[in-house]
Design a protein around this ligand. Sequence first.
Ligand code: ADP
Ligand code: MG
Length: 250
Amino acid sequence: MTLKIKGLEVGIEDRKIIDGFSLTVKKGEVHVLMGRNGSGKSTLALALMGHPKYRILKGTVFLDGKSIIKLSTDKRSSMGLFLAFQNPTEVPGVSLSNFLRTSYNSASKRKVSVFEFQSLLKARMKEMGINEEFMKRGVNEGFSGGERKLSELLQLSILKPKVAILDEIDSGLDMDSLKVASKIINAMKKETGILIITHYKRVLEHIKPDFVHILDGGRIVKSGDVRIVGQLEKKGYRWFSEDGDRHAKA
Ligand code: ADP
Ligand code: MG
């Protein structure tokens, strides 16, 4: 259960956004990726998931030793890769419960019945404090920003992927929802490799990351433990990019 990214380059149209990105995420590890706005965090996440707009120009991505670069998004997700989107979109007309059951059945070997799945979902929603009404509504239809994030987390906790990439999962969450989010993430830590993209320290008070990485110029310019975040708050991203420049010149 390892995601191994090496020398990755990703382009959008004719711009190269990710340029020499390498990272290995193993089961049981929590990695945090930080970086200024527009540094390419979401681009990385979407390219890993196989979004057609984000073209992989160079490098390798292996999930459990198997190259996934040429595989469809569906295939990647059935292999256990999961992305919680920064901006989850609406899928009107498809109820959340149907959507989740379809994903669940395609990801797991055992098919569950509608009835069985409903009770699984109900129990999980109750734990998360999500209103049952959500099940009947279209996916993310009329959901607030925070509710969309919770629905992504609900997917995460139902699908139990091998590797989960959570793009700004904490943005727009109130204190109570943040606690719910942290609880879900902490509960799946042992069985999953987790990559959290965030701007905020507060989520890291609930989820203790093993590694923190700073993205700048399309690659990781600094890695360390959670203490990096403290330095970041004091000095800002400038400090890291100057540091990165020094490394590049050295
Ligand atoms: P981050 O998530 O770190 O804030 P993004 O990955 O969203 O950054 O964006 C990186 C750069 O790529 C930005 O300059 C952004 O404008 C550009 N970009 C991202 N997605 C698209 C897209 N679909 N079309 C055109 N440009 C994009
Ligand atoms: Mg982003």
